[in-house]
Design a protein around this ligand. Structure first.
Ligand code: CP
Ligand code: NVA
Length: 299
């Protein structure tokens, strides 16, 4: 069986701890790992824009001694039209050892991964962004040694990044306040039920949800490919600003996966302020993904 990295919920706490621990080791001593992916090639397909994921996978793989090939799914006919996706995958496997895909079709990524030909890594879909959240967990662990009792607060949309955060919370059971506009909460009632546990609260008041929080996280109100632009109106009072930061714990960190819409989900004052760890977050993407690459490529 090939190993994939599709969703955090596919892994045990032990496996995730191993990946995070490897990421920490690579960050500490990158030279030791500089030929771990020698003679391996990573293929990358981006069907949506990307700066951080593109750069961190590309540079990260090269630093492990591997090669990277960026492929355009239209150009190579990875759309079940010229030939089947299965046939494309079988040919790809003659040349590359692993594929990272970013698309708007989570089901397609799962289907490709189940074909068991080469490891598939989810580089963001409309449903989840596991590399982001696992990298963010690494950043949180660097900032707070005792992260078990941590209060984390998500303020924003019910989106792909939040879904991966919910997957992670269900495994590690840290305290998580999810602050979402009422209208959007109601719309996601079924999902909320599934994730319910004693450390997880769903609220709609950003100030209430931020009290004593050590980590405030947000993301854009409209994700890539979203059609319902009207929903922005529900986010009145949801901008992460100084008042929200001041309500949280004194040593709170502010996190955002980026790209950010300054003045919408976060003020520039907070994004560029002393509590913000957004650039460390972006950099840590590389270390966590290097660990993921080593994990999926290891026989
Ligand atoms: N955070 C993140 O995934 O950024 P990109 O969309 O630029 O890759
Ligand atoms: N929720 C955002 C994350 C971008 C990294 C999006 O999907 O556009």
């Amino acid at each position: 069986m090939v190993k994939n990295f599709i969703d955090i919920s596919d892994f045990s706490k032990k496996q995730l701890n191993e990946i995070i621990s490897l990421a920490k080791k690579i960050k500490k001593n990158p030279k030791k790992y500089s030929s771990f992916c020698k003679d391996k090639t990573l293929g990358m397909i981006f069907e949506k824009q990307s700066l951080r994921t593109r750069l961190s996978f590309n540079v990260g793989m090269q630093k492990l001694g591997g090669k990277v090939l960026e492929l355009n799914s239209k150009d190579i006919g990875f759309d079940n039209k010229r030939e089947t996706n299965q046939d494309v995958l079988n040919v790809l496997a003659q040349f590359i050892d692993c594929i990272m895909i970013r698309n708007n079709n989570h089901k397609k990524i799962i289907k490709i991964s189940k074909q068991n030909v080469i490891p598939v890594i989810n580089g963001l879909t409309e449903q989840s962004h596991p590399c982001q959240i696992l990298g963010d967990f690494l950043t949180i662990q660097e900032k707070f040694k005792n992260y078990n009792n941590l209060q984390i607060t998500w303020i924003g949309d019910f989106n792909n990044v939040l879904m991966s955060l919910l997957h992670l919370q269900k495994i590690y059971l840290f305290k998580l306040n999810v602050v979402i506009p009422n209208k959007i909460l109601n719309f996601n009632k079924q999902k909320i039920k599934y994730y319910s546990n004693k450390n997880l609260k769903f609220l709609s008041d950003p100030l209430l949800g931020s009290r004593n929080s050590k980590c405030i996280m947000t993301d854009v109100w409209l994700s890539m490919g979203e059609k319902n632009k009207n929903k922005i109106k529900y986010f009145k009072n949801f901008t992460v600003n100084k008042k929200i930061i001041n309500t949280a714990s004194k040593d709170v960190i502010f996190m955002h996966c980026l790209p950010a819409k300054r003045g919408q989900e976060v003020t520039s004052e907070v994004l560029d302020g002393k509590n913000s760890v957004v650039l460390q977050q972006a950099q840590n993407r590389m270390f966590i993904q290097q660990a993921i690459l080593i994990y999926v490529l290891k026989k």
